[in-house]
Every structure is written in structure tokens, then in C-alpha cells.
Design a protein around this ligand. Structure first.
Ligand SMILES: Nc1ncnc2c1ncn2[C@@H]1O[C@H](COP(=O)(O)OP(=O)(O)OP(=O)(O)O)[C@@H](O)[C@H]1O
Ligand SMILES: [Mg+2]
Length: 276
């Protein structure tokens, strides 16, 4: 059964919100920000969307990954329309919003390097634990504080932990604006792919470029279909990176076409630490 949401938090979830705010409802996902006596939580309700069935399974899959990574407060399960999870809320601002004041499309952008380092460190922590994110994008980095610390959210597509078959599903690429050429090629040829550390690094480069300048890594028309977007990524080269200094140079390295030519995210962290 499909619905359009937004859906209310089901009564049987092990949570007692004292107040709640709808964060979003789109593409098979309703997300709530809930205050509870046990703390502040994100509550995600997945359901089958008009175009995708896997969105119903995504919250449980993410719950499995988060628990495997040691988040004891995470819970997940099933509800009428699909699966749900609840996870601690990360206070902060996502990278796209945080860099709004610095974003320049025409002249060289100069966003704060400590923010970029916080994003790279969050991804490096995951890679150090043998997990590839698979859906790196500006909205998934939550940053806080003046001495920036960062969290990387939305692990529904991550690979590297055991996932039981009942809530597992194939990886069919991510938001194309952050997809590496090799992932786009696999999705075009086989319909599915596998997240890798190198593809995550490419996506981090595309993420930093987007947040700093508002430009996608590769040029294609706004109304291009998904396959057209992917063909542009496979056949093209990335856009000129108009970001100043060390950050601009590093984004260029992360966006190298061949996966083996890219730095590891640890190398990115080291280079940023030297530059700040
Ligand atoms: N643990 C969290 N802490 C803070 N904010 C969160 C958390 N989880 C989700 N959010 C907020 O909810 C938004 C959607 O969450 P998420 O990306 O995990 O869900 P989604 O179903 O994949 O949504 P989308 O369709 O945007 O990809 C995030 O961009 C963020 O603003
Ligand atoms: Mg998301």
C-alpha cells in the first residue's frame, strides 16, 4: 500500500514526545524532530513512494547500521506502511545552509576551511570503521560550534556492516549531483552499484563544491532525466572549481575522474589540517 504522508508518529513506538516538529515529508519518508523525556530524537518513518519500494525499508536498514556502529540509543522496527527508526538528534546546521553567506557563483568562493575539515573528519571516522556512506551530500553534514564539529547523517544506503535480508535492498546510486563517474556508469549499465571509499571522496568533493559555489560538479540541464544526468557524468569532465586556495585544490583532487587517482579521506583531512 502506498500513501503520500506526512504520517503521524505511530503509537507503538517506544518514545513519548513532549513536543514534535515535522522536518520533512517527501520521496517515501516522513521525518520528525521530537523532544522526549529521554532527550531529543529524529524519528524517521519510511513508506513505499509512488516510484520506489525501498524507501519503506530505509529507516530499518539505517537503524541496523547505526546500531552496528555503536549507537545504543537507536531503535528501529516496522509500522503499518513500512519501517521506522529513532535516533539521537544532532544539533546544528547543515553544510548547505551554513555556507549560504559564503556562496559565490561568479568570483572565487572562500568558505571556512574548518567546516570542510569537520565534514572530512566525519566521513573519515566512518571509513576507518570499514563503512562506506553511499549518499554523501551537503544536507547530510550537520555542523555546530565555532570550532566546528560535524556529524554525517542518513546511513540508510551505507555498506560495510551486516544487514539482515528482511530490510536490505540494492544500491542503485545516490543523488546524481554527487555521484562519481564509476557509480554512474555501473548504474547505467547494470542498474546497481556498490558504494566505495573512493566514490564517497568524490561525493565529498562535489558536496563542498555545491555548498561553496551553488554549482553541480558536472553541467547538465535542470530538466535532464536521471539517465541523461548520469551520461553527462560518465562522458564529461567536472566543472571548473572556482574555490580559492587549498580547499579549491583539494576539491579538484577529490573530483579526479579515475577513482584510484583520488586521495583517501584521511589524506584530505591531513592536507586540510596543514592548511587551517
Ligand atoms: N539525527 C538527526 N539529527 C539532526 N537532523 C536530522 C537527523 N536525522 C535527520 N535529520 C534532518 O532530517 C532531514 C532528512 O533526514 P534524512 O536525510 O536522514 O532522511 P531522508 O529520508 O533520507 O530524506 P531525503 O529524502 O532528504 O534524503 C535531514 O536533512 C536533517 O535536516
Ligand atoms: Mg537523506
Amino acid at each position: 500500500m502506498t500513501g503520500v504522508g506526512p504520517f503521524a508518529i505511530p503509537d507503538h513506538l517506544p518514545v513519548a514526545p513532549t513536543s514534535q516538529r515535522l522536518v520533512l515529508n517527501r520521496r517515501g519518508s516522513t521525518v520528525w524532530d521530537a523532544e522526549t523525556p529521554a532527550g531529543r530524537f529524529a524519528i524517521k518513518l519510511g513508506y513505499a513512494s509512488e516510484t520506489h519500494a525501498w524507501t519503506a525499508l530505509a529507516p530499518a536498514r539505517e537503524g541496523v547500521v547505526l546500531q552496528a556502529l555503536g549507537s545504543d540509543a537507536v531503535r528501529y522496527g516496522q509500522w503499518e506502511q513500512g519501517t521506522w527508526n529513532l535516533q539521537p538528534w544532532h544539533v546544528g546546521t547543515d553544510l548547505q545552509r551554513r555556507w549560504e553567506p559564503y556562496r559565490t557563483r561568479e568570483k572565487a568562493s572562500r568558505p571556512p576551511l574548518p567546516d570542510a575539515l569537520a565534514c572530512a573528519r566525519a566521513l573519515a571516522e566512518l571509513h576507518d570503521r570499514g563503512v562506506n556512506h553511499g549518499d554523501v551530500q551537503p544536507a547530510h553534514f550537520i555542523l555546530s560550534g565555532e570550532l566546528t564539529s560535524g556529524s554525517l547523517i542518513d546511513l540508510a544506503l551505507a555498506r560495510g556492516t551486516e544487514v539482515p535480508p528482511w530490510c536490505d535492498f540494492a544500491y542503485r546510486g545516490c543523488l546524481v549531483h554527487y555521484e562519481s563517474p564509476e557509480i554512474s556508469r555501473r548504474v547505467l549499465e547494470d542498474g546497481e552499484a556498490a558504494p566505495t571509499p573512493q566514490a564517497d571522496v568524490y561525493a565529498l568533493g562535489a558536496t563542498l563544491l555545491m555548498a561553496a559555489t551553488g554549482w553541480r560538479h558536472v553541467e547538465y540541464p535542470d530538466d535532464a532525466s536521471r539517465p541523461q544526468q548520469r551520461r553527462a557524468i560518465v562522458n564529461g569532465t567536472h566543472r571548473h572549481v572556482n574555490v580559492a586556495g587549498a580547499l579549491g585544490a583539494l576539491i579538484n583532487e577529490m573530483l579526479r575522474y579515475d577513482a584510484d587517482d583520488r586521495p583517501t579521506v584521511r589524506e584530505v583531512c591531513d592536507a586540510m589540517e596543514h592548511a587551517v
